[in-house]
Structures are given as C-alpha cells and as structure tokens.
Design a protein around this ligand. Structure first.
Ligand SMILES: [Zn+2]
Length: 142
C-alpha cells in the first residue's frame, strides 16, 4: 500500500540540505542551493500487533500511518561555478540591458529567462535590475 495523500511535493525548512553534485561540475557541494529538496507524504502500513509464533491462528493488526520521504534531491551549485555563472550573466546585462530597457516587450522571452536564472542563483543585484525591466513591461501593457 503506497498511495500519495494529495499534498503534492513540498520543501522543508527543518531539514538541512546535504552535499549534492554541483549542477555544473558535479563536485559535491551545498554552497548554493538552486532548488531545495522536495518531499512527499505517503501512507504506509505498519504492523502494530501480531499473534505470537505459537498461536494456532496467526493474525496481525495493521495501522496506516503517514510517512514522509524525499521525492527529489536538492539542486546545488559550488561557489566556483556560481561565480562563473554570475560573471556570464553580468556580461549579458552589460551587453544587452540598455537594449532591453529601451523596449522590454520586444525582448520579453529573453528577459524572462535571464530573470529566472538570476532568481534561481540568487544574484541579488542582477535580480533587482531584471525585476525593474519586468515591472516596466507590466506598466507598458496597461
Ligand atoms: Zn561546480
């Protein structure tokens, strides 16, 4: 018996992320957590009581309990790869930001992709700049 109980996957604040292979270079790390580990609940049957081995009629009493298991490992990135990624993004912003700013709607898809990367990697300064572009876009739709 192994049925999901419908809460879906969830992250946990009360569990520390362990080392996982860096998303880029595969070196075990937990320097930067790109995606938290996800857990799910499931129903398991446990035997709470059973007859002793000598009884004529063997019986057992089963109870259903909700357990938690890890459904998906965290995605992590080592500091070296994180810095390299940030440099890459900084270069892209350096090159394209003004262009995007002049007409954000035309570059919508690109802006969204870069904004997502900044958010995932937790690049503070860059995220702020990308959020600004997205807010400009929303303004211009009104
Ligand atoms: Zn790495």
């Amino acid at each position: 018996m192994d049925a999901g109980i419908g809460v879906g996957l969830f992250a946990r604040d009360d569990v520390k992320t362990g080392n996982e292979p860096c998303y880029v270079c595969k070196k075990p790390t937990r320097s930067h957590i790109l995606e938290p580990a996800l857990y799910e609940e499931y129903v398991a049957e446990v035997i709470v009581e059973r007859s002793d081995d000598f009884a004529n009629k063997q019986w057992e009493e089963v109870e259903e309990i909700v357990k938690t298991r890890k459904a998906k490992n965290a995605v992590t990135c080592c500091h070296g790869c994180w810095l390299a990624r940030r440099e890459e993004i900084a270069e892209i912003l350096e090159k394209d930001y003004e262009k995007w700013e002049s007409d954000p709607r035309q570059y919508l898809a690109r802006i969204q992709v870069v904004a997502e990367i900044c958010k995932t990697y937790d690049f503070e300064e860059e995220s702020k700049r990308m959020r600004y572009l997205i807010s400009m876009m929303k303004e211009s739709v009104k």
